[in-house]
Ligand binder design. Structure first.
Ligand code: APR
Ligand code: PHB
Length: 390
């Protein structure tokens, strides 16, 4: 079997790439190890930058997003017993939209299948060969049979535990990373959000975040120890801790309801450079990871494949390889801006170490500064709504 671009992974990166290539008249096949049902229901982050919304609309994917997405023009930073609003739209002219990643994934799968796109779910044992030749081959097993996909290029969009990045020979890639001594316990609850805008709360017991998915569903997070066993967190304990960390403003109470899902995710920062080796192009979580505090993960994945889509289009239409050659450097500029912002938000808002009062004092000073200086607030806001590459 032959295609032009073989894509590994049906997350936002792989699916959007396949969609953009189709619009440019380029064939692709997407190979995904999970089932369609699984990827459509996997709960992940849910903040789209203005630029991501514009891109999805431009690509014909705006219909449900415009209907169901929640446009937000500000966020709240809560600390020291008070609420402080960062007026993003007033400061930058742009806004963010809350729309679950799995909704983006559903819309993309629907768009691909509507035009007969070739998406193969539940493939096994994916192996990449011939990446340093003009004729790469992706070998895999599907429905009990050994298959081969011959292509011109491979796009490795297979997330943080994929096979694409490890297929690059040792010594070619450089990793830059940072780990954090905490994790997030996230819940999805059948409770109307008690806030119109996201609340990022800094508290001496640890960070908490109030987000949402719809007028009926809240999404909340608590900073916890990375070793946390979810079994130690029955629903009542989660609500009690959320109350302690969030009900710090007089008269404000959170709404509770049945918890529909709960999980613990570790936090990490990682960039792997370059984002290309010969005929393999890496995009999204396969090549960089951010802690979720800056809400950048999905946006970076979408931005990478937008560049990649244009670069493949230039190659197939005009025989140009300049955009393919520039892909990694161009993408990395945005990636590093998001790395800094995500690290900065994470360091600002979490309880860092119990024994370092100096750092805690610096955090409070920075929080006061960012919520009182228009210049500093604008810096936070423009990073949050998304900057062009800088
Ligand atoms: N073979 C085929 N598919 C694979 C393999 C493999 N060996 N390994 C992983 N995959 C699939 C995963 O099951 C997943 O569906 O690749 C897909 C990668 O998708 P994501 O993890 O969603 O990554 P990406 O598309 O880059 O989107 C990044 O996801 O984790 C969030 O915070 C992150 O929002 C960001 C977004
Ligand atoms: C979410 O809604 O899941 C969410 C929102 C903001 C973040 C992270 C996650 O910073």
């Amino acid at each position: 079997m032959r295609t032009q671009v073989g894509i590994v992974g049906a997350g936002p990166a792989g699916l959007l790439l396949s969609h953009l290539l189709h619009r440019a008249g380029i064939d692709s096949v997407v190979l995904e190890c999970r089932s369609r049902e699984y990827v459509e229901h996997r709960i992940r982050a849910g903040v789209l930058e203005q630029g991501s919304v514009d891109l999805l609309r431009r690509s014909g994917l705006g219909e449900r997003l415009d209907r169901e997405g929640l446009r937000h023009e500000g966020i709240e930073l809560r600390f020291g017993g008070a609420a402080h609003r960062i007026a993003m739209t007033e400061l930058t002219g742009r806004a963010i939209t809350v729309y679950g990643q799995q909704e983006v994934v559903k819309d993309l799968i629907a768009a691909r299948t509507a035009v007969g796109g070739d998406l193969r779910f539940e493939v096994e044992d994916v192996r990449l060969d011939g990446l340093d030749s003009d004729a790469p081959v992706i070998r895999y097993r599907h429905q009990g049979r050994d298959e081969e996909l011959h292509c011109d290029f491979v796009a490795g969009c297979d997330g943080s535990h994929g096979v694409s990045r490890p297929s690059v020979p040792a010594g070619v890639l450089t990793e830059y990373d940072r780990s954090y001594p905490f994790a997030w316990l996230g819940i999805l609850a059948a409770a109307p959000p008690a806030t119109e805008e996201l609340i990022y709360a800094h508290h001496e017991r640890g960070f908490a975040l109030y987000s949402m998915r719809s007028p009926e569903i809240s999404r909340l997070y608590l900073q916890v120890d990375p070793e946390t066993d979810i079994a130690q967190w029955p629903d009542e304990r989660i609500w009690a801790e959320l109350r302690t960390r969030l009900e710090t403003v007089p008269g404000w109470t959170l709404n509770t309801g049945p918890i529909l899902e709960k999980s613990v995710t570790g936090m990490r920062s990682l960039v792997v450079e370059p984002m290309r080796w010969r005929r393999l192009f890496l995009a999204g979580d396969a090549v960089h990871i951010v802690p979720p505090t800056g809400a950048k993960g999905m946006n970076l994945a979408l931005a990478d494949v937008t560049l990649l889509g244009d670069a493949f289009a230039a190659w197939y239409r005009e025989g140009r390889d300049d955009l393919l050659d520039a892909y990694s450097d161009t993408a990395l500029r945005r990636v590093w801006r998001a790395q800094h912002f995500s690290w900065w938000m994470t360091s600002l808002l979490h309880r860092l170490r119990t024994d370092d009062p100096y750092e805690a004092k610096l955090q409070l000073s920075t929080l006061r500064y960012v919520t009182s200086s228009r210049a500093y607030a604008t810096s936070l806001a423009e990073n949050y709504v998304g900057l062009p590459e800088v």
